[in-house]
Write a protein that binds this ligand. Sequence first.
Ligand SMILES: [Zn+2]
Length: 80
Amino acid sequence: MKDGKCPKCGSMEVYSSVDLMLKGGPFGSNSIPVSLTSMAALDNYVCTDCGKVESYVADDDKLNEIASKWKPVNRDSSAE
Ligand SMILES: [Zn+2]
């Protein structure tokens, strides 16, 4: 979806909030909790033809933080 094409309906009418000033949204509504003291703002991609929304964590530092603090979903624990 980041390439401007909707994966659901194939439309090129995809808009993003990447350049939005207040990415975090009012009261952090457009963000996800990373830890007790940390929130990660999201970039949203919206298809204006079918309404599909995709969200991406905007900040690389937050991605690293998530990788170190969250539990992997599908990883063989014996491989670590
Ligand atoms: Zn679409």
